[in-house]
Design a protein around this ligand. Structure first.
Ligand code: ADP
Length: 168
C-alpha cells in the first residue's frame, strides 16, 4: 500500500498529487514551482480564487484544485512548517499536512495519492525526522481508513530515497 520511488512528482500518475505549497498559494520554488509549471496556469487561477476566499492556506492545512496537465484528478496543496529549532510545533504541523491531505483525498473519493517530501527542501526540516513523521502518519491513517489503496512517496533526492527505503 505504501511505495517509495525516486523521481519527479510531476511525472507520476495518481488520483491526487500533493504539492508542498506556501501560505500565499502563489507558487514558488522547488516542487511547488515544478508542479505549477507542469500543471498549467489554470491551477494558479484556482489558487488565487481560494486565496481571495480564505486568505491563503495556513501551515498544516490543505486545499484542493484540479490537476491541469498532470496525470491526476486533483492537486492538494498543503503548507509544511518552516523548520526553526524543533520547538515551534514543527512535528505536529508536518503530521497535520499528511493527515489533512489524506482526509481531503478521502472526501474527493481518491484511491491513490502521491506525496513529495514536504518541508525537507527550502523549509529545512531534518530529513530523517520528516521521513519518520510522514510514514508514521500515513500508516496510522491507512490503518483507520481503507478507501486509500496506494500512497506513493516520491523522493527527488537520493538522501530522502534512501531514508524512506530503509524506514519502509
Ligand atoms: P519545502 O518548502 O516544503 O521544503 P521544497 O520544494 O523546497 O519545499 O522541497 C520539498 C521536497 O521536494 C524536497 O525534498 C525537494 O528535493 C523535493 N522536490 C523538488 N522538486 C521536486 C519534484 N519535481 N518532484 C518531487 N520532489 C521534488
Amino acid at each position: 500500500m505504501i511505495e517509495v520511488i525516486k523521481g519527479d512528482i510531476t511525472k507520476v500518475s495518481a488520483d491526487i498529487i500533493v504539492n508542498a505549497a506556501n501560505n500565499t498559494l502563489l507558487g514558488g520554488g522547488g516542487v511547488d514551482g515544478a508542479i505549477h509549471r507542469a500543471a498549467g496556469k489554470a491551477i494558479l487561477e484556482q489558487c488565487l480564487h481560494i486565496r481571495h476566499g480564505q486568505g491563503g492556506c495556513k501551515t498544516g492545512e490543505a486545499v484542493i484544485t484540479t490537476a491541469g496537465h498532470l496525470n491526476a484528478r486533483y492537486i492538494i496543496h498543503t503548507v509544511g512548517p518552516l523548520y526553526q529549532d524543533g520547538h515551534h510545533r514543527e512535528a505536529a504541523l508536518l503530521a497535520a499536512c499528511y493527515k489533512n491531505s489524506l482526509m481531503l483525498a478521502l472526501r474527493y473519493a481518491a484511491h491513490s495519492i502521491a506525496f513529495p517530501n514536504i518541508s525537507t527542501g527550502i523549509y529545512g526540516y531534518p530529513k530523517q525526522q520528516a521521513a519518520s513523521i510522514a510514514i508514521a502518519t500515513v500508516r496510522a491513517f491507512l490503518g483507520e481508513y481503507t478507501q486509500i489503496k496506494k500512497v506513493l512517496f516520491v523522493c527527488y533526492d537520493q538522501e530522502n530515497f534512501t531514508l524512506y527505503s530503509n524506514l519502509l
